[in-house]
Design a protein around this ligand. Structure first.
Ligand SMILES: [Zn+2]
Length: 127
């Protein structure tokens, strides 16, 4: 059982990965503004951050234990042909002429779909 007064450090900083108090406005380690983040997902091959304007992919190493330092940014308004794959859980879109395929764990897949829907992003859904 948790004490009611215990602070939850469940507000993960997308930039450095440190857990912050859920009500923190800036990261306690790197001072990053945490209010920009609409959704943050830790998945097998990458961490994904969604803001109002972009999707940010923080790539992880082969062993999935830490990030490689490679960060890919996708501007939401430049994402085309967005779809959620079926039966394998994948998030797919065209970006500047290239097809991007991001395999997602089930829970993350559902959360990303719900959040994009709430942001008014149009996508195809084959379920
Ligand atoms: Zn941080």
């Amino acid at each position: 059982m948790r004490e009611a007064s215990e602070t939850l450090f469940d507000n993960i900083c997308p930039s450095c990965g440190v857990g912050n108090p859920s009500d923190a406005s800036n990261c306690i380690v790197c001072d990053r503004d945490l209010s920009e983040t609409v959704l943050f997902l830790e998945d097998a091959f990458f961490d994904l951050e969604l803001t109002q304007d972009e999707l940010v992919e923080y790539k992880k190493n082969f062993y999935r234990t830490r990030r490689t330092g490679k960060v890919v940014r996708y501007t939401l308004k430049d994402m085309e042909d967005v779809e959620f794959g079926h039966p394998v859980k994948r998030f797919i879109f065209e970006y500047h002429g290239e097809r991007v395929v991001l395999p997602l764990e089930e829970g993350n897949y559902e959360r990303l779909k719900e959040t994009l829907e709430a942001l008014g992003i149009k996508f195809r859904n084959f379920e």
